[in-house]
Design a protein around this ligand. Structure first.
Ligand code: SF4
Length: 266
C-alpha cells in the first residue's frame, strides 16, 4: 500500500505486472539489509539461537556465503559512484549487524521458543477485502503476549523515527484478524543502532482500515498514474522505462540530493 501511495505506476509494474526493468536494479544500498534479514530469519526458523554463545560467531562465519548467495539474484554495480564501500567492507557491515542484532535480541528479550520469522498472514476484512502481509518476526511469549518486530537497516539514526510505522499497524490488523487479539507490542528493530522503536499496536487502526479500502478500490478501478518526484524516483528500478520520469527530468522537476544513502523498503 505504501508503494501504491508513493507511485501507483511503480506499484502496477512491480506488484501486478512483475515487469523486469530494462536496466537491472542496483542493490548496493539494499544488499546488507537483505543479507542481515536472511541470517536472522534462519536464526529464528532454524533455531540457531540454541547454539548459545557459539551462535554469533557461527552467523558471522556465514556472512560471506549468504552475501554471495544474495548476489546471485540482487545485482550490485560496483563501478557505480554510489558504491563507496567494497564488497569486503559490506560483508564486514553484515558481521557487525549480526553482533548488534544478537545484542538487541538479548537486551529487548526478543526470543522465545515459539518465535518465527517471515510469517505470512492473510485475512478477509468485513468489507470482503483480502489482505496479506509477511511479518519479519513474531515473538510469542504466550497467546496473549505477542510482539511483532520488523527489521530495518536504516543508516542514519535521525531517520529512525521517520520510518513509516503504518506497516506495523497493518501487521497488527492482520494479526488481530487471525487470532482475535492485537499484539502486545509492535516495533522496528534497527540492525545498525542497537535499538528498537515501539508503537501502540491499536492506535490509528481506523486510518489503516480506510487506507486499505481506498487503495483496494483505486487498484480495482485501474488508477495507476505515475507520481514522479525526486524522492520517489531516485531509487526506482523503472527509471529507464518511465516516460513520466524522463519528462520530469527534462523539465527540471526531478532532481537528486547527493546525500541520499538509503532506501525504505516498505
Ligand atoms: S520512475 Fe518515478 S514516476 Fe516512474 S514509475 Fe518510478 S517512481 Fe513512478
Amino acid at each position: 500500500m505504501s508503494e501504491y501511495e508513493k507511485c501507483p505506476l511503480l506499484y502496477k509494474w512491480n506488484r501486478l505486472d512483475r515487469k523486469k526493468p530494462s536496466v537491472p536494479d542496483n542493490s548496493y544500498y539494499a544488499i546488507c539489509g537483505i543479507v542481515k534479514q536472511k541470517l536472522f530469519e534462519d536464526f529464528y526458523n532454524k533455531e540457531w539461537w540454541r547454539k548459545g554463545a557459539e551462535c554469533a560467531p557461527y552467523m558471522e562465519g556465514l556472512a560471506e556465503s549468504y552475501f554471495n548467495a544474495t548476489l546471485e539474484w540482487a545485482k550490485v554495480d560496483w563501478n557505480n559512484p554510489i558504491a563507496k564501500l567494497s564488497k569486503e567492507q559490506l560483508i564486514e557491515e553484515v558481521r557487525s549487524g549480526v553482533r548488534k542484532g544478537i545484542k538487541i535480541i538479548k537486551d529487548q528479550k526478543l526470543l522465545t521458543k515459539d518465535s518465527k520469522s517471515e510469517v505470512k498472514l492473510t485475512a478477509t476484512l468485513k468489507n470482503k477485502i483480502n489482505i496479506l502481509g509477511k511479518v519479519d518476526f513474531i515473538i510469542r511469549h504466550s497467546p496473549e503476549k505477542v510482539w511483532i518486530i520488523d527489521g530495518k537497516d536504516t543508516a542514519k539514526p535521525d531517520k529512525m523515527p521517520k520510518v513509516d510505522h503504518r506497516q506495523l499497524l497493518f501487521y497488527s490488523l492482520l494479526y488481530y484478524e487471525n487470532y482475535g487479539v492485537y499484539p502486545e507490542k509492535v516495533g522496528f528493530m534497527f540492525w545498525r543502532h542497537d535499538d528498537v522503536l515501539y508503537y501502540d499496536p491499536k492506535k490509528g487502526m481506523d486510518e489503516i482500515l480506510k487506507w486499505t479500502e481506498d487503495t483496494y478500490w483505486k487498484v480495482r478501478n485501474g488508477k495507476f498514474d505515475p507520481k514522479p518526484s525526486s524522492s520517489n524516483c531516485h531509487f526506482c528500478k523503472y527509471k529507464n522505462d518511465c516516460e513520466a520520469y524522463t519528462r520530469e527530468v527534462k523539465e527540471g522537476g526531478v532532481t537528486f540530493a547527493d546525500d541520499v544513502t538509503e532506501i525504505n523498503l516498505f
